[in-house]
Write a protein that binds this ligand. Structure first.
Ligand SMILES: [Mg+2]
Length: 179
């Protein structure tokens, strides 16, 4: 089995990274309640007047290096690798922050393990990448190709409107992906 796993908000906690950085510079900023988030893009969950401030935080050089882990994700992909599955991290680059390339490489090497940086595929169009499954929190993924992979939704409040796709968390991945 060839497994592609998204990084942001699946393995790495992008939202927590934003909140940690934001607290340092804007201690009074009120964060949305995670369970009430309905938009895929975090910045869209806040009123437009905050967009510049939010984007400035995204642009910080260590934003991606410092993302906390989402519990269970790293263990799950290590276990998938132990099952003999080919696992790659497939992540859309964050073009407004050129440091994201180094940050995501560093993140994989540091949190998943030595050598995993080489398993990070940066893809502005994930339909260009072959695989059996793609685990991703984005509700719909499209591109120039008809994807070869099955999109398996990583369960988040903002993608619950999606039906007709398998859906998993890091607690139930073995049951969901069982043959
Ligand atoms: Mg994601």
């Amino acid at each position: 089995m060839l497994v592609l796993v998204d990084m942001d908000s699946v393995l790495a906690d992008f939202e927590a990274a934003f909140e940690e950085k934001c607290r340092l510079t804007h201690p009074d900023f009120e964060f949305i309640v995670h369970e009430e988030r309905t938009t895929f893009y975090l910045a869209d969950s806040y009123p437009p007047e905050f967009r510049t401030m939010i984007v400035d935080i995204y642009k910080q050089p260590t934003f991606f290096h410092d993302m906390p882990v989402i519990p269970g994700g790293v263990e799950a992909i290590r276990q998938m690798a132990d099952l003999g599955w080919q696992v790659f991290v497939c992540t859309h680059p964050f073009y407004i922050n050129e440091h994201n390339f180094a940050g995501k490489y560093y993140w994989a090497e540091t949190h998943i393990g030595k050598g995993w940086g080489e398993r990070v595929i940066f893809a502005s169009d994930k339909t260009m990448i072959r695989g059996d499954i793609l685990i991703d929190d984005k509700p719909e993924i499209s591109g120039v190709n008809q994807p070869e992979w099955e999109h398996i939704i990583f369960d988040r409040t903002y993608n619950r409107h999606v039906t007709g796709k398998r859906r998993l968390t890091w607690s139930n991945w073995r049951e969901v992906l069982a043959p």
